[in-house]
Design a protein around this ligand. Structure first.
Ligand code: ZN
Length: 450
């Protein structure tokens, strides 16, 4: 792509701009078909099978064919293999296995195994999106490897989402690569996802976005409050976990707390997945995770990858990390009777809309900078050209510094630098890429050029 310059004049409320939310009017027909194929009955069958392993505790049996985490691992792998057989060779299945030495919540060296299905992209396979659920479970004592730990909501529900996504996507050919991972040892300290994210980092894998589905079992907390079956929370950090000291200095100087890569990913998901087709509202929560809790997205955030966590709208803590028991008439434990399979199917549809829209759109522009070599009242942005062959150009976006989301867009065409007659001191800017079908990438916020 030729690098050329364009000068554009645009007022904050001037003519010639589109509202930031304008996208192509129709849902991609392939996505529409996938949303229909996501099946609550299959999700129920997956969760029943996972619960039937008795416990999936990380320290439970690895070689018992009936009970324990080893049996669960082998069953998940066999499911992925069945889906991959329908993929025309695009989907491959692998075990990411390692020995975790003695560490917090790991009293003896323990084999930990992530089960990973990779659907190779057809156009830009080096651009990767990752979706996870964790298949290990626990009860009250985090080292109790023998008691029944059904883990229906936490997190068979998330594994069911990942498996069902893999099944419906295996027969399609996304432009970018999608990795479906059932990760392990989340409850012991995110060890499985930590290993997976580090492996990607070591191999130079370009993860453009990652989602953890963890506790996505129901909109009904079963605590007397109203059911909220059409809301899923998406926890997205603002200031990047992996922010460097130099980046923090820039942020203290000119702001950007609300414009980290994960925050842009959250805005994108809200836009493409809060739709009549998914039947869901993605409620963005602008923090990394809930108080006192975490999930596998943190392993990816630590490596500088954009990542976020889906979870149900209101939790019942008597149903999480608890021995199965009845006390004073109250049922404790993570039982399948508290799951809503229709709800989990809708969460899977939200994930499908997010992942498919990301994979079919261009990647988030890289190397976006705002020219700060001199003091001027106009703004010049530069970025690296995207590699997608169907790319048609770029859009600038901006908003008041007090606005939560982008309010203005400007089509600047197939260029890699643009100047607008708006002061960089007064608004926040971003850049996104657009393809021939009108698919838009997530937004990249600029760094200062100097
Ligand atoms: Zn969990």
């Amino acid at each position: 792509m030729a690098v050329s310059a364009v000068a554009v004049t645009a007022g904050l409320a001037g003519p010639g701009e589109a509202a930031a939310s304008v996208r192509k009017p129709h849902v991609d027909p392939q996505l529409r078909a996938m949303l229909r194929e996501i099946d609550p009955e299959r999700i129920e069958a997956i969760i029943r099978r996972l619960v039937a392993f008795g416990t999936r505790h990380t320290l439970s049996a690895q070689d018992d064919p009936v009970r324990g985490i080893g049996a669960a691992r082998d069953w998940i792998a066999s499911e992925f293999e069945r889906y991959a057989a329908e993929s025309g060779g695009r989907m491959t299945v692998a075990l990411d296995s390692f020995i975790q030495p003695v560490s917090s919540r790991i009293p003896v060296p323990t084999r930990i195994t992530n089960v990973v299905a990779t659907l190779r992209g057809s156009v830009t396979p080096e651009r990767v999106y990752v979706v996870t659920g964790h298949y290990d479970s626990r009860v009250t004592d985090v080292l109790d490897a023998t008691s029944d730990a059904p883990g229906a909501d936490d997190d068979a529900s998330g594994v069911a989402v990942v498996l069902e996504l893999a099944r419906v996507m295996a027969t399609r050919s996304p432009e970018a690569t999608i990795v479906f991972a059932a990760v392990a040892a989340e409850e012991q300290g995110l060890y499985g996802s930590d290993h997976l994210a580090q492996t990607f980092k070591d191999q130079g894998v370009q993860v453009y976005g990652m989602f953890s589905n963890d506790i996505v079992g129901t909109g009904d907390a079963h605590d007397g409050t109203a059911n909220d079956p059409r809301t899923v929370r998406l926890f997205v950090e603002g200031v990047p976990t992996a922010e460097t000291a130099a980046e923090a200095n820039v942020r203290r100087s000119v702001g950007g707390e609300n414009d980290g890569p994960s925050r842009q990913l959250g805005r994108f998901v809200h836009e493409v997945a809060s739709t009549p087709e998914t039947g869901m509202r993605v409620r963005q929560i602008w923090r990394r995770d809930r108080y006192l809790r975490g999930s596998d997205h943190i392993s990816f955030l630590l490596r500088g990858y954009p990542a976020a966590r889906f979870t149900e709208p209101r939790e019942n803590f008597a149903h999480e990390h608890q021995d199965v028991r009845v006390v004073d008439g109250v049922q404790y434990g993570d039982l399948i009777e508290f799951c809503d399979f229709g709800y989990i199917a809708r969460v899977a549809r939200v994930n499908a809309a997010a992942l498919w829209s990301l994979a079919q759109a261009p990647g988030t522009p890289r190397g976006v900078v705002i020219d700060t070599t001199q003091l001027t009242n106009e703004t010049t942005l530069r970025w690296q050209p995207n590699p997608e062959p169907d790319l048609t150009g770029y859009e600038l976006l901006w908003r008041e510094t007090t606005a939560p989301d982008w309010t203005h867009t400007l089509d600047v065409g197939s260029v890699t630098t643009a100047t607008v007659d708006l002061s960089k001191d007064n608004v926040f800017f971003g850049v996104r890429a657009v393809d021939r079908d009108g698919n838009r990438s997530p937004v990249a916020a600029p760094q200062p050029s100097s």
